[in-house]
Design a protein around this ligand. Structure first.
Ligand SMILES: [Cu+2]
Length: 463
């Protein structure tokens, strides 16, 4: 989780931002590079139409150069090292130093020019998912443009016609390049900043990787059996918390570029889906939810009033997606006494570990892991192990969080008498069913109870 210090040192993490080349318009715009996976403060627009900036979870927004009224951005497609969580790094492909790439924020009606430099070992392209644009700017290699060869720079230019939530990703050797982490978020803000206004607007992408325990590079041919499930290429406890002020109107925008759907679930509040990658939803089409499924290639914007103070879990509801590598393909040993077997196997495989016969819980257990491998479920909370991994983080709602302050306020301090507690009275005398049949009928040694059963008689005569 990010500390206050991480958050503020983040501003210095941007390498080269703000330096404008003397040669001016004839040159490529500056391509800032990010060297940390910490959540960066919102990027307040220095020029152009005003808007309310978003916060990218464990990410950042790309600064631009204004050139004769055109917003110019420079993306560099390149190999990156992404910290998935403290203790694990991955060799991915991304943009401008990180995977996912930076979020691009523009305003409805902006003319946008994006320079894309390819530093990958193979050709690439960028498709602007969901945008209205000229067909030749849509980025499908072979269909709309030739691939961008290694070392070359292409220019995309269009007007951001529709406000809303978008993604960008290659449409070139797509299976490999997306499995390696090439993707980014795009927000087109409404021309009138009062429209769809919220107090906090968080964005992130869902992505999944198959990285063998002990290794660094994803297996790109995997279709189903991924072992790292991430928000913006971070796994819990590496995902920053979403910190808000009580009674803020909060929007969370989620885009799914994995190979399966993710039912995204928020504790303690009801939300409405206010936007998709197709645009804003009509108010009369909305209904309350606590979970919304985000299918492959989709985006969902959810909104709610954060009126319940506390530390609220926010996660994918597929239980395997809140687990890290090593949690998969493990046999169920519940009820099996394997003490003798484990001893014998340990002589052959020193790091061998069995799921306990009382369940799989390992929240408080230390165990040897291969290098560069996250524990299956982990993270410490104020009451012990959280026993989660992957697609899990916390929404922190605080009365005294300042407007515009995104720093982590620490764990929630529960008012006295509002935490579940252990009952310490005498246990009741056991009442057990003596029937072998397993039916929950009164046993022979309990007092007789007379039960009257009326048989169903159909529909006649019951008026
Ligand atoms: Cu999921």
């Amino acid at each position: 989780m990010s500390s206050r210090r991480d958050f503020f040192t983040g501003a210095a993490a941007l390498v080269g931002a703000g330096l404008v080349s003397r040669a001016g318009a004839a040159t490529l715009p500056e391509a800032p590079i990010m060297n940390t996976a910490a959540t960066q403060p919102p990027l307040t627009p220095p020029n152009g139409r005003p808007y309310n900036p978003v916060v990218t979870l464990n990410g950042w927004s790309l600064p631009w150069r204004m050139n004769n009224g055109v917003k110019e951005f420079h993306l560099i497609a390149e190999p990156v090292v992404r910290e998935i969580a403290p203790g694990m790094k991955a060799n991915l492909w991304g943009y401008n130093g990180q995977s996912p790439g930076p979020t691009i924020e523009v305003v409805e009606g902006d003319r946008v020019r994006i320079f894309v430099t390819n530093k990958l070992p193979e050709h690439t392209s960028i498709h602007w998912h969901g945008q209205r644009l000229p067909n030749g700017m849509d980025g499908v290699t072979g269909l709309n443009q030739p691939g961008i060869q290694p070392g070359k720079t292409f220019v995309y230019e269009f007007v951001a016609r529709r406000p809303g939530t978008f993604m960008y990703h290659p449409h070139a050797d797509e299976m490999v390049q997306m499995a390696m982490g090439m993707m980014g978020f795009w927000v087109t803000h409404p021309k009138n900043p009062a429209h769809h206004r919220v107090d906090r607007d968080f964005v992130f992408l869902l992505s999944a990787y198959d990285i063998e325990p002990g290794s660094y590079t994803p297996r790109v041919n995997e279709m189903l059996d991924f072992n790292l499930w991430t928000f913006n290429s971070r796994a819990f406890p590496g995902i920053d918390t979403m910190n808000v002020r009580q009674n803020d109107r909060v929007r969370i925008r989620v885009g799914n570029l994995t190979m399966t759907n993710h039912p995204i679930h928020l504790h303690g509040h009801e939300f409405e889906v206010t936007g998709t990658d197709g645009g804003w939803t009509r108010p009369e089409s909305r209904w309350p939810e606590v979970t919304t499924d985000v299918a492959v290639g989709q985006m969902r914007a959810i909104e709610f009033i954060a009126d319940e103070p506390g530390d609220w879990a926010f996660h994918c509801h597929k239980s395997h997606h809140t687990m890290n590598a090593m949690g998969h393909d493990v046999p169920n040993m519940i009820g099996v006494d394997h003490r003798g077997v484990a001893e014998k196997i340990t002589k052959l495989v020193p790091d061998y570990m069995v799921m306990g016969e009382k369940g799989g819980s390992m929240g408080d257990m230390e165990m040897p892991l291969p290098d560069n491998t996250l524990p299956m479920m982990t993270g410490q909370g104020p009451f012990g192990g959280v026993e989660m991994g992957g697609m899990f983080t916390v929404l922190k709602v605080r009365r005294d969080q300042k407007p515009g302050d995104y720093t982590d306020p620490g764990w929630y301090k529960h008012p006295a008498g509002t935490v579940a507690y252990e009952w310490k009275g005498e246990p009741p005398a056991a009442v057990r069913n003596q029937n072998a049949g397993g039916q929950t009928m009164p046993a022979a040694n309990t007092p007789e109870v007379e039960v009257t059963v009326r048989k169903p008689t159909g529909h006649q005569g019951h008026h």
